[in-house]
Design a protein around this ligand. Structure first.
Ligand code: KIV
Length: 272
């Protein structure tokens, strides 16, 4: 993928056709957006995971459209070339295609994001078609659907038995036919993700779905080792939680000892 020109839905489709894996990463504010792009992310996903990783909620269910608008607008202000996708939060789209249209319009107009994402299979096909037919880029989300946590009872792997596998294959096909621009596959077996990726004409975006998806996404706090605990499928590539605690400890000690701001350590604050 060209590292300088703006990423679009067409760029992502071409990347699938050329088998060039695309890099998606969640971002929740201007700083995370800026750093994600400096690190090479092609797509910034303002996930409703914001509720859990930034806002101290125990699920994504209490995230509102206002929360999403606040965070997505900051991400869009900072982005340079990335495609910005914003989650429709729980309760803002499941009622009807018209409700989804109103919520998605608010997100697009008030944040400047490029696409919206919503969770659900066949039951969301009519809504996806309604939005896509009217010009919106819509990303689907199959497999583990955190907005259904109360019904699922846990964040475990989906698509483990034959019935669930067949349903997921059908859902993916229906979402693509309805006009989804891409489909996130969360926490499903890698062979199933490979089959879906080969079957659908639009990019699949894996998280806990093995290596064969067209793109991969991780949550910012998991990738950087800021979360207290990562899901089993989300590797940390750094331990920033510990680095931040150590930095604050050093500074606290300097303050308490009366050494700040003259301590040598203060000038080392920017060392790696
Ligand atoms: O909300 C989110 O961050 C997501 C990703 C985990 C795909 O939906």
């Amino acid at each position: 993928m060209n590292a300088t020109s703006p990423v679009t839905a067409a760029t992502l489709l071409r990347a699938k056709q050329r088998r060039e894996p695309a890099v998606w990463l969640t971002a929740y504010d201007a700083v995370s957006a800026e750093i994600a792009e400096l690190g090479g992310a092609d797509v910034l996903l303002v996930g409703d995971s914001v509720g859990m990783v930034c806002l101290g909620m125990d699920s994504t269910l209490r995230v509102t459209l206002e929360h999403m608008i606040h965070h997505a607008a900051a991400v869009v202000r900072a982005r340079k070339r990335a495609w910005v996708v914003c989650d429709l939060p729980f309760g803002s789209y499941q009622g009807s295609p018209e409700q989804a249209w109103r919520s998605a319009t608010l997100l697009l107009q008030q944040t400047g994001c490029d696409a919206i994402k919503l969770e659900g299979g066949q039951v969301m096909a009519e809504t996806i078609a309604f939005l896509a037919d009217r010009g919106m880029a819509v990303v689907g989300h199959l497999g583990l659907q955190p907005q259904s946590i109360k019904r699922l009872g846990g964040y475990g792997r989906r698509g483990r038995n034959r019935q669930e596998r067949e349903q997921l294959m059908r859902d993916a096909e229906i979402l693509a036919q309805a006009g989804a621009t891409a489909i996130v596959l969360e926490n499903i077996p890698e062979d199933l993700a490979a089959e879906i990726t080969a079957m659908v004409p639009v990019p699949t975006v894996g998280i806990g779905a093995g290596p064969h998806c067209d793109a991969h996404v991780l949550v910012w706090h998991d990738l950087l080792g800021i979360s207290e605990k990562n899901p089993p499928f989300a590797p940390a590539y750094a331990n920033l939680r510990e680095a931040m605690v150590r930095a604050i400890e050093r500074w606290s000690a300097d303050v308490r000892a009366g050494h700040f701001p003259r301590a040598k350590e203060a000038s080392l604050a920017r060392r790696p």
